[in-house]
Design a binder for this molecule. Structure first.
Ligand SMILES: [Zn+2]
Length: 464
């Protein structure tokens, strides 16, 4: 065979079979479906980030906590092999589900629920170092290659996916159920978890912490698994989160940092400088946790009330959420819950006032992520109040905040129809169909019905 043909064949094989990419941390080769540039990583991360934040009920508002923890994360980044690759971004998510994770492009997250359960700053550094490790190693890209699927599955879940109270995410965003976590969250394998544990140890030791504190997070999740039962923490079953995991970290620290073993606590950060900032933050967040627990329970009650058309349950949920809003004034999440319950009780005036207040508080905070849920529900309330122009505006805003969620787009179409803008409405419905990419999708079915009614005809690929 001529050399040219060989080259062509090799190129074709590379496209069909994938190729070799390089792990940025240890320079080993791994199978991949195609090169992923730093720009690709940044682009994917930026595409997914707002959706993740929306699904986890937006950023937790505690400027002092954010400033301090972000400072630690940015210090950590300076020790990364990929320090200059990304515009690293840290977000505290306002979710009770204990979790920490990272997605390509340098987006790092921890939930309020996990922060509340944290005992020490060294523990925080270790678990976040572990998350940084996944991004540094490009573990998601490696997983994509292994799964050998063409569809873009990005991001990675870590630690626990299931919530403390029953394995379902109860967030307002998640309750909409429009976007599956499996789309956003990819599972790492044991080897990758071990690699990331090593990064957690590296960051803790390099920054002057006791790397043994990294064991605490895994002990915590182990305890959680015992309390809830393995079936409630499904993710943990497929992960090496057991006695071996903790023992392995212990053994690794002893091997890599024998000089640190047995040293007094005072020789490590933050005790060395008597810095109690982290302890104060964890304590403050833990102190309000019972209010969020009440809210989470009320959201479950509200969900049951809506499902069974049980007004009594909706009333109970409303009362509980009003209590929460009184205890933590200015928490837009609680106001959104109150507004949603008022909406369910068809008190449109009250719902509009409450949700508008939630939107206003959130907008005034000037955070880089704004809240999806109050804008979305406000849009629905305005629609029901026959304010279609206002409804469309709120729903467009909501859609921009959670672009992968077809629900606000569908209702944009509904408002546009009411405003006698059939071609605009058709565009929204077409977007719904494209976004869901599934002929049986909940909103695709509805959108196709509307497209047929409008006479424009549904897309051939999805029409029945
Ligand atoms: Zn991990």
């Amino acid at each position: 065979m001529r050399p040219f043909a060989n080259t062509v064949l090799a190129a074709a094989a590379a496209v069909l079979l994938g190729s070799c990419c390089t792990d940025p941390v240890d320079s080993t080769s791994y199978f991949c479906l195609g090169e992923m540039s730093i720009q690709d990583e940044v682009g994917l991360g930026n595409q997914y980030a707002p959706n993740i934040v929306a699904q986890y009920d937006g950023p937790y508002h505690d400027p002092e906590a954010y400033q301090y923890l972000n400072g630690l994360i940015m210090e950590m980044v300076t020790h990364s092999v990929r320090a200059k690759d990304f515009p690293w971004k840290f977000t505290i998510l306002n979710s009770s589900t204990p979790n920490a994770f990272a997605v390509p492009g340098g987006h790092i997250y921890i939930t309020r629920g996990l922060l509340a359960a944290m005992e020490t700053e060294g523990q925080f550094i270790s678990v976040m170092g572990h998350e940084l490790g996944h991004v540094e190693h490009r573990h998601s890209h490696q997983q994509m290659g292994r799964q050998a699927i063409g569809s873009v599955v990005v991001g990675a879940i870590d630690t626990a996916e299931s919530s403390l109270s029953g394995g379902t995410t109860q967030g307002l965003g998640a309750q909409l159920g429009a976007i599956g976590t499996q789309l956003l969250l990819l599972r790492y394998d044991r080897g990758q978890e071990t690699q990331s544990d090593l990064r957690g140890i590296y960051y803790a030791a390099t920054m002057g912490y006791d790397p043994m504190e990294g064991k605490k997070t895994f002990e915590y999740f182990q305890k959680l698994e015992e309390e809830m039962g393995a079936d409630q923490v499904e993710f943990l079953r497929t992960h090496p989160l057991n006695e071996n995991r903790v023992a392995e970290i212990d053994a690794q620290v002893r091997t890599t940092h024998p000089e640190l073993i047995g040293k007094p606590k005072e020789s490590f950060r933050p005790y060395k400088s008597n810095n109690t900032t982290f302890a104060g933050i964890a304590k403050r967040i833990a102190a309000v946790e019972p209010v969020y627990e009440t809210y989470d329970q009320a959201m479950t009650t509200l969900g049951e009330g809506l499902e069974k058309s049980d007004k009594g349950k909706v009333q109970t949920a409303l009362g509980a959420m009003q209590d929460c809003a009184a205890k933590v004034p200015g928490e837009p999440l609680f106001l959104t819950g109150v507004g949603l319950a008022q909406f369910a009780l068809e008190d449109l005036g009250a719902a509009k006032a409450t949700l508008s207040k939630a939107v206003q508080i959130d907008d005034n905070r000037g955070q880089s992520y704004k809240l999806f849920a109050p804008n979305y529900y406000l849009g629905l309330v305005l629609h029901d109040s026959k304010d279609f122009t206002g409804g469309l505006a709120a729903l467009k805003k909501a859609s921009a905040l959670f672009p992968m969620n077809p629900a606000p787009l569908f209702f944009c179409g509904v408002c546009a129809e009411e405003l006698k803008q059939p071609s605009e409405a058709s565009k929204y419905y077409q977007q719904v169909v494209e976004l869901e990419g599934n002929p049986e999708g909940q909103y695709t079915k509805k959108a196709n019905e509307r497209l047929s009614a409008l006479g424009g005809g549904a897309k051939k690929s999805t029409a029945r």
